[in-house]
Design a protein around this ligand. Sequence first.
Ligand code: G2H
Length: 257
Amino acid sequence: MPRKFIIGGNWKCNGTNASIEPLTKGVAAVVDAEMAKKVEVVLGVPFIYLTKVQQILAGEANGANVLVSAENAWTKSGAYTGEVHVGMLVDCKVPYVILGHSERRQIFKETDEVVAEKVKVAIGAGLKVIACIGETEAERVGNKTEEVLARQLKAINTTLTKEEWKNVVLAYEPVWAIGTGKTATPDQAQEAHAFIRNWMAANISKEVAEETRIQYGGSVNNANCDELAKKVDIDGFLVGGASLDAGKFATIIKSAN
Ligand code: G2H
């Protein structure tokens, strides 16, 4: 079965009550029934606005064609002040969660093992996961890209069954391309995506490798999306900055093939 394109907006820690309304409506307007056959659209929204975005979508004609995602989650309920656990997301009918974003790994010191545990528990709770992996600039310059990707993939795979991989979308996000305006060239991105898919075929199964969607993320915008989208192993995008602009994000959604 062909892999359906999946485009995620990652709003990160941005937005206000005033700004998210036209943004959400603008995105919904683009994802009509025809578009929804080609592409799954998921909005990564700060926790506090998830319910509001769901309510806005519920009032839009195409609202059912746009899904929401949390941008992080914790694994347990209880005495964890300030955290939101996976069961709360399920309770609030949030279908997706982004885990292991490099900002979580770097700023909040989430290790490969922490990310892997979160992925496992989130899937166990009934969520779909966008799991982010990617190398830093120093690792790329030091020819460590494949080693880092393999290490991050191995950590996630250690916790998952083949069946559970059906609920994972991988996002390859080279850290040096995030929010920097530097994008991996289509060939650089394709090379990394092919490595990831080959690693999965060799270490999980050919079926999982063929079926798992791999998004590219890192300064994707309305000007570079078409060329990236043509690459055979790029199955969608995770978009930060450009997802905060409904017009730019609409152009990116339309690059789905
Ligand atoms: C990478 C990406 C979204 P941006 O973090 O996940 O952000 O498109 O701003 O580089």
